[in-house]
Design a protein around this ligand. Sequence first.
Ligand code: UD1
Ligand code: CA
Length: 455
Amino acid sequence: MTTLGTALIVLAAGQGSRMLSGLPKVLHEVGAQPLLAHALGAGAALDPERVVVVTGHGAARVEAAVGAIAPGAVTVRQDRQLGTGHAVAQARPALADFGGDAVVLYGDTPFIAPQTLRRMAEARAAGNDVVVLGFEAREPGRYGRLITDGDRLDRIVEFKDATETERAVRLCNSGVVMARAATLFDLVAAVGNDNAAGEYYLTDIVQIANARGLRCGAVTCDEAETLGINTRAELAGAEAVFQARRRAEVMAAGVTLVAPDTVFLAADTVFGRDVVVEPNVVFGPGVRVAEGARIRAFSHLEGAQVGAGAVAGPYARLRPGTRLGAGARIGNFVETKNAALGDGVKVNHLSYVGDAEIGAGTNIGAGTITCNYDGVLKHRTVVGTEAFIGSNTMLVAPVSVGDRAMTASGSVITADVPAEALALARARQQNKPGLAVKLRARLLAIKAGLARKAE
Ligand code: UD1
Ligand code: CA
């Protein structure tokens, strides 16, 4: 193993024209995370000391994403996409002082396994100057072909430039390359563009290295790892692969998925043991569900923390900033956003709780709404512990309700309610004896009159 550390060079300048998208290809998402984040996550297996992302199409947006995903990474721009070799060359200034190995990854190839990259590092340590990751393709199609000679890699031919014999080779190039950074840049600098595509091919470094007496080798992996995304259909295929893998992982870690194929997970979803997820639940980014909690059918969660033993759903929507305490209950058709609900809080039916803090043990009656938005500003609602909010209460924020206080059903609460007080904020009821019968008779007479006129 090299003791000088590793640098990642992630190629992310391509347009992805077949996506037909305004969004740079590497920012399309799998598991609620950009493809680029998956590529960087795969590279993290090598514990890289430096990360350089080569941007081009949509550079500003890709750079912003890199800043959010991997704040320590450097971005360099490839203004014109003249080929993969040219793209790698752009990373040279950023790694001029770097003595370790460099690994080239593609930003649109999310599934390279950590173990595969470690095997490449082993092949480097075993005496190969350049290590290329290949795979046996079921349908080699337009992939570059690895031409081997025993355990040596002789050269890589691009499909466009290959002869019939070379095209018959099924060992294909994934694009992942590992070499000492200085060696890689020296080789790339020698690449020309005299080929069928008129591009500077990274793949040409193999032939150049061999001509210089360096040793090149190939490591192979499963084709599923090298899956690159070029179209929306491939994006959907990658999502399916990702979901299948994550479902298996969470079940292996002690989570019950009643109908795994109907549960959609994000790359960063975290579950404690004995969590049960019922059918048809979607997890957006940033969800943590603690031990023993239950997410009931048809719920949608993002940016939410669910406490131990809590129950959400069926048909619950937990939006970003939701924190449910231990044993809390969120029932059907309840939406929460930026809301901290203490232990044992119950919001069982048809409510919106937003920009709120609800103390432990409080019960929020059916149809309660925090009126948090005045059309311009958002305001907070604070409810104490062991309070009881009557059904159909409008909590017009900013407003607070004290510990053990109550609000009467149908109240529109516009002023703070002190602890232990009962707030009644609705019109007093009047009963008019016999008036229902009279009213009905009058209405029937009007209806009969209308019918006569129509004849
Ligand atoms: C490349 C390989 C091919 C391999 C295939 C695997 C070369 C010459 N060919 O072909 O052997 O089988 O990948 O998928 O390397 N990119 C840039 N700047 C550029 C060109 C490309 O950043 O100027 C990026 C793209 O955004 C993409 C990656 O490099 O992420 C690969 O480029 P692409 O054009 O898709 O290469 P292929 O033709 O598929
Ligand atoms: Ca490609």
